[in-house]
Design a protein. Structure first.
Lengths: 175, 135
């Protein structure tokens, strides 16, 4: 082997170490964005998720005005933290509909009693069917849907107080 | 204070995220009665990525969403859909990321080219060495 190649393995190891350090310092984004953004909401027809709630179909999302579609669950802890923020959005005139993922009516009722009910309609998705059709990977997730029923924006994870301006801006853009 | 408590609760409860109180979907952990259909479903499920525990296939994962995806795959296979249609339907929603089978998209070309390039390089190296020995 020629002299200049002697240090090649050391160089390779150094490059590898640098790559590992870089990846550890900048972990990859593990969220899965939905490909449904920009496309119509998939057709669905869901029964009411709680005794006091209204059932929910995809046609309810094409009413001429933008709406916020929120996927939540009574067993989802971040959803509890998100509830007051949804209330705040409702107070600012955002129309919100919900889909309860893998939930029981009595559990949803208790959840709404404890954390407030910002939803006009709440559909029940007991086998995650609509969740998968929407291309989401967990709860909570939210979609801004325009008046024609086309998805305009996806928010992955709980909407936090700091996200309110962005959601309001997306709602305005979807108008 | 309340926000701090909630943040703490969220941090502590993180591992329990994916547990609802509903039982698994009907076909999540049940084989289809038709053996050939079940074999097709199994083959597809082994190549679909679980969205929750992102290093596993939905066939291997215990996550509830993976169970619901298995239910969806088995139902569609039982209804006569072919596996590639179902894969396409999921890729259409989650991107090619959801499927473990490499696609023919340009981003996968280096992967397909790698064996050819490596065999070529190996051949060159071997040729050089053998020539050197012959002289």
């Amino acid at each position: 082997m020629s002299r200049s190649l002697r240090y090649l393995p050391v160089l390779v190891v150094l490059i590898l170490i640098a790559a590992f350090v870089w990846r550890l310092a900048n972990p990859p984004d593990s969220t899965v964005p939905s490909r449904m953004v920009g496309r119509p909401v998939p057709t669905f027809q869901l029964a009411a998720a709680a005794p006091s709630a209204l059932g929910f179909t995809s046609a309810d999302l094409a009413t001429g005005k933008p709406r916020l579609l929120n996927l939540f669950a009574s067993w989802c802890v971040p959803c509890i933290a998100e509830a007051p923020v949804l209330d705040e959005l409702k107070g600012r005139g955002v129309q919100i509909d919900g889909i309860a993922i893998r939930d029981r009516p009595e559990d949803v009722a208790t959840f709404l009693e404890r954390n407030g009910n910002p939803f006009q309609r709440i559909g029940s998705d007991p086998t995650s069917r609509v969740q998968i059709a929407l291309g989401t990977a967990g709860v909570p997730e939210s979609f801004v849907v325009d008046g024609r029923g086309v998805i305009r924006h996806q928010h992955i994870g709980p909407i936090e107080p700091a996200d309110i301006p962005r959601i309001l801006a997306e709602m305005e853009k979807a108008r | 204070m309340r926000a701090a408590f909630l943040a703490f609760a969220v941090a502590v409860a993180a591992p329990a995220f994916a547990d609802s109180s509903l039982p698994p979907s009907y076909w999540a952990n049940r084989q289809l009665p038709d053996e050939r259909q079940e074999a097709k479903a199994q083959a597809l499920m082994a190549e679909l990525r679980c969205l929750v525990c992102q290093g596993q296939s939905i066939a291997d994962s215990d996550a509830e969403l993976a169970g619901d995806m298995r239910d969806l795959v088995r139902r569609r296979i039982a209804a006569g859909e072919n596996p590639e249609q179902i894969r396409g339907w999921l890729v259409d929603r989650y991107g090619s990321w959801v499927s473990y089978r490499p696609t023919s998209e340009p981003s996968a070309w280096p992967l397909w080219a790698a064996p050819i390039v490596l065999i070529g390089l190996g051949g060159l190296l071997a040729m050089k060495r053998l020539k050197g020995r012959a002289q």
